[in-house]
Ligand binder design. Structure first.
Ligand code: GTP
Ligand code: MG
Length: 111
């Protein structure tokens, strides 16, 4: 789906980027896509929520190890966007209220 994402950049205020915490082999590819989004001109003003999904599954690496591996602190420091992270399970609903609160706080009509 990545190639058609730019069609949706216009008027995008909030960006939810989901990474699969149970699939570390996808981590570098996800990171490259994330960097592409963060450097896109049309998304410079967007607020970004990075979701580490599938935390209910057994995982080879901890979320902290994944964040460190993709150098997330450096990405956050260098990005134009305001970036937040959350650990969730779409399957069990873990973290859903956190995501809803983020959307409520971030997506204000006057923004
Ligand atoms: N256990 C668990 N399963 C999930 C969760 N979120 C999605 N799934 C399941 O994951 C499957 C979909 O795979 P995903 O990896 O999300 O889909 P995708 O990223 O579009 O596909 P790939 O590119 O093949 O990884 C479905 O069977 C979902 O029910 C979760 O939080 N926990
Ligand atoms: Mg997947």
């Amino acid at each position: 789906m990545g190639p058609i994402w730019p069609s949706y950049y216009g008027d995008c205020h909030c960006l939810l980027f989901m990474m699969d915490a149970a699939n570390p082999t996808q981590l570098s590819a996800s990171c490259v896509q994330l960097l592409g989004l963060l450097s896109a001109e049309g998304l410079a003003e967007a607020s970004v929520l990075i979701l580490f999904n599938k935390i209910d599954l057994p995982c080879y690496m901890t979320i902290e190890e994944m964040k460190s591996l993709i150098r997330l602190p450096d990405i956050i420091a260098c990005a134009k966007q305001n970036i937040t992270t959350a650990e969730i399970s779409a399957h069990k609903g873990t973290g859903l209220s956190e995501v809803m609160h983020w959307l409520q706080d971030t997506h204000r009509p006057d923004r």
